[in-house]
Design a binder for this molecule. Sequence first.
Ligand SMILES: C[S@@+](CC[C@H](N)C(=O)[O-])C[C@H]1O[C@@H](n2cnc3c(N)ncnc32)[C@H](O)[C@@H]1O
Length: 240
Amino acid sequence: MISEAAIWHDLECGAYEADLDCWRTLANDYGGPILDVGAGTGRIALMLAQLGHQVTALDLDESLLAALSQRAPAGGIETLCADARDFELDRQFALIIVPMLTVQLFGGAAGRARFFDSASAHLAPGGCVALAIADLLDDENGTSGGEATEADRCTTAGISYSTRAVALNRRDGQVGIERRRELESPDGKREVKAATDWIDTVTAEQLEAEAEAVGLTVAPQRLIPATSEYIGSAVICLNG
Ligand SMILES: C[S@@+](CC[C@H](N)C(=O)[O-])C[C@H]1O[C@@H](n2cnc3c(N)ncnc32)[C@H](O)[C@@H]1O
């Protein structure tokens, strides 16, 4: 059975498609094996596996990886429940992708430095680490707020789930996407929960300098366009 965390994750991330072309192109350019960092329920890992790439999906949340495994094509997708800032595998990858602002969840520069250490140790010579970042407060970069404002809804096992971004909050070095999540059970009982994802603010220049400090080489950025519902983002590309 799918976990509640996976249901919210699907609702809040699953419909985003603007970046798929970019990850497909990078996978064509660099080939596999590919490490998908912060893979969640597999929005990108599943697409890349279906295209024939060998993918390993890494995430902190076991229940998200369980949902991913249930959806994997024949042959499966290798999963690793681990912290991206401290993981160990006995092999290297041609491409390490960090989609959807996941690098902005690593706890600032110190967390990113730990991630870059782990990632560079697992990057094959000539390979690429590609990280999507965005400035959630940059109105010129797309829809104000950076998130769909309409509620996303689904019904699973008779329970109705709805989630909507209601505010952007700020605190030192971070922007919080505050969501209102609502569940309604078949007997009409309602529960409302608030959830905030705190996203580190980081620029492309900062990220590139941090990567160069561990010996990675900066390659041209790629762009993920804004849509009517989602902010655009830059994909920082770093070669081993
Ligand atoms: C914004 S979601 C992106 C999910 C998926 N990559 C996508 O694009 O649909 C961020 C994911 O990163 C995972 N995550 C956050 N911090 C992590 C960490 N330190 N190590 C591994 N995974 C992490 C979360 O559990 C979540 O699944």
